[in-house]
Design a protein around this ligand. Sequence first.
Ligand SMILES: Cc1ncc(COP(=O)(O)O)c(C=O)c1O
Length: 422
Amino acid sequence: MILALGLSRRAQFSGPQPIGELMRLALARPDLISLAAGFVDQESLPVSETRRAIDTLLADPDRARLALQYGTNAGYLALRETVLARFLAADGQQASPPPSVEQVILTAGSNQLLHLLGEVLLDPGDLVLCAAPSYFVFLGMLQSLAARSVGVAIDEQGMIPAALEEELARRQKAGELGRVKAIYLTSYFDNPSTVTLSLERRAQIIEIANRWSRESKIYVIDDAAYRELRYAGDDLPSLRSFDRAGDTVVVAETFSKSFSPGIRVGWGILPPALVAPISSLKANIDFGSPHLNQRLMAAVLEQGLFEPHVAELRANYRAKLAAMLRAMDDFLAGIPGVCWHTPQGGLYVWLQLPEGMDAGPAGTLMHHALAEGVLYVPGEYCYPAEGEPLRVDRIRLSFGVESAQNIRRGIEALARAIRHAG
Ligand SMILES: Cc1ncc(COP(=O)(O)O)c(C=O)c1O
């Protein structure tokens, strides 16, 4: 079929994103309360901040023309310098050796960097060890490259180092160690599990990656998309600060969650060995992500518009998370087998349902939830293809989009659905 259409073999690898079906449902049924959407809160998007930054950017015609011209492949230097300085400040200057600005790249969202990494690291059949569960768009990207995602068990402190070692040992026994190219982690408030990798485990995971880099280098991809969205506790130093040689961790960050996904500026810090391959690939794709957006984000930071906005955002999401947790205490806590981990940040709550309850897209819970007018993300979308087995009795709930009032109504409806499905 694909061949008859003249499409490439690569096109066959890429399945549709499962979330597409949920988005269609949400659009077709505007009455549904969506606890599924991973979008940021519409009301708190930074309209006045963006207008102010654009006004300054365009006020001077010469400066405006520069911003409206093509930029450079690696991205606007001033913004690269700023994100690097902010990153080092957040880590308490712990990175040793500190990365240089040549290792910083700006991308169209962090997803673009994740994709570029996939392209330069993975041949078909290569393996990436991922937390089980993991960000489903990343898993889909691996599938589109015919690479294999392998799930590693997590607990409340994130990926379990012993489970990671066991998986590596298994791959070695199977003669596949040389095909393990990376470990992928969302180290702050993971999407969807919401757990943050503990300080101790950060050091352990880097040590394990280095020790097992015997047949091929094993990179650690630290997807820190939610680092700025912390509502309780103190920030933790990034995985990069435990990377003593500075040759193992790739940092992938973004302004999508902390400022605006419409501007879609992401950034990364690469180990020296990946700078040239990633740069060449990017140059062959777009020779630089949208320049105006990079200048815009630089102006936002320069004018001191970013920090106050993030502070407001945190207050807003903190209140919405509290509303969701209160509703869960009121409506879900009494249902046997239902439990959750209290997140310290991010946009989600990961819910464990009664053992074996089918929460999949065609399962009993989805049927009852839709009848009750509420939508969630089936947890099964978030499991890597191999390794730690998929769970049908987990769901991801988002408090990002709906109002506190709707969140409460949505959780009440979900509780009814779970009781009917049980
Ligand atoms: C874990 C994670 N990483 C990366 C992204 C991508 O963000 P963007 O490409 O907009 O920077 C998201 C977005 O939802 C995410 O949840």
